[in-house]
Design a protein around this ligand. Structure first.
Ligand code: TXA
Ligand code: MG
Length: 328
């Protein structure tokens, strides 16, 4: 059995124990405000290699380094643009990941051999306390098998990774429920590689025009950023996005119908689930709901397509990926 320890706050003795496990090059899953991360000493290539093995993650997909503050981030980059400074003053600690040119301090395996590094300072008190106790940046992708749903609860980590993780710190359900916004500042124009809890308009208000990588909005675009595989974040059940009340005739097996704002009349045997028409609330709930429906053995999940507004960008992105057909 994987060890799971409840953590009540930043002073919990479990954090010291977790830091010792990290120092010995092994893996600790921990809560952040977005999803649970699978952490390793980010300056120890062998420890980071264990992350790739545990997740079954392709070596071409780099990982995020989690830091305690902006000073720690600056030590890991070869250039710290003015935009980075402005953004971290406003959004760190928080769900914003910045991609910047890496310094020589960053092991190649963290970058997947590329020239840049992704950096984030998480807002969760347990995550911050763990980074401080470890005394170094923590490499941490989401704590799930590659291409599976991200975990928003400690139990999701245990069922996805099992024995591959040495310790899971259980800090309860995560708050935002969707992964951080990733902004690439290593090129000419700032570019969002992955939409998340921080909106494009919030970034643009501080640093001017921000591009949205088209793979983040459109289906079928080629993979321009590492790890942005079209099908990702996927439940086992077939997920289809539908207009309110439709799709039911074609659905087979055990069917769940997820409505936004109002539940339409459903045929007998179809399980109806009502979510509020509120992007933030749906973001918080989405992965946990898909995990629950998978565990309950549903074959088909019909979910109403969310509005096309910017507030729903991150939710639409994850739903589009989760409903994409398997790649060959
Ligand atoms: O909210 C989050 O960001 C969570 C928590 C644990 O912090 N982490 C997370 O990590 O979602 P992961 O590995 O599941 O997703 C990170 C994404 C990957 O798609 C990866 O390809 C991309 O970030 N990435 C990492 N380093 C990069 C780099 N140098 N350039 C471009 N993309 C990068
Ligand atoms: Mg992930």
């Amino acid at each position: 059995m994987t060890r799971l320890l409840q953590v009540t706050g930043p002073d919990d003795p479990a954090i010291r124990e977790a830091a010792m496990i990290l120092a010995s090059g092994r893996l600790v899953a921990f809560p952040t405000e977005t999803v649970y991360g699978l952490g390793a000493d980010g300056l120890n290539p062998e420890a980071v290699a264990r992350i790739y093995a545990a997740k079954g993650r392709p070596a071409t997909n780099p990982v995020i380094l989690h830091v305690a503050d902006a000073d720690a981030a600056r030590a890991l980059v070869s250039r710290w643009p003015a935009e980075a400074q402005v953004l971290v003053e406003r959004f760190w600690p928080g769900p914003l990941t910045l991609v910047l040119p890496a310094s020589e301090a960053v092991p190649a395996i963290v970058r997947a051999g590329g020239p840049s590094v992704a950096l984030r300072c998480p807002a969760h008190p347990v995550a911050l306390a763990l980074i401080r106790a470890a005394g170094r940046p923590l490499a941490a992708p989401s704590a799930n098998r590659s291409q599976h749903l991200s975990p928003t609860r400690a139990e999701h980590v245990a069922s996805s990774l099992g024995e591959a993780v040495d310790l899971i710190l259980d800090g309860g359900p995560t708050e935002a429920g969707l992964e951080s916004t990733i902004l690439d500042l290593s090129g000419e124009t700032p570019r969002i590689l992955r939409p998340g809890p921080i909106q494009p308009a919030e970034l643009a208000a501080l640093i001017g025009p921000v591009d949205l990588w088209e793979g983040a909005v459109k289906a079928g675009t080629r993979q321009a950023a590492p790890g942005m595989a079209e099908r990702h974040y996927a439940p086992r059940a077939r997920l289809e996005l539908v207009a309110p009340g439709s799709g039911l005739a074609a659905a087979s097996g055990r069917v769940a119908y997820v409505a936004l704002g109002a539940l339409p009349h459903l045929p007998g045997g179809v399980r109806g689930i009502l979510l509020p028409l509120d992007a933030e609330a749906v973001g918080t709930r989405l992965y946990a709901l898909l995990h629950e429906l998978d565990d309950a053995g549903f074959d088909c999940i019909l979910m109403e397509r969310p509005p096309e507004t910017e507030a729903w960008l991150a939710v639409r992105d994850r739903l589009r990926r989760a409903s994409a057909k398997e790649r060959p």
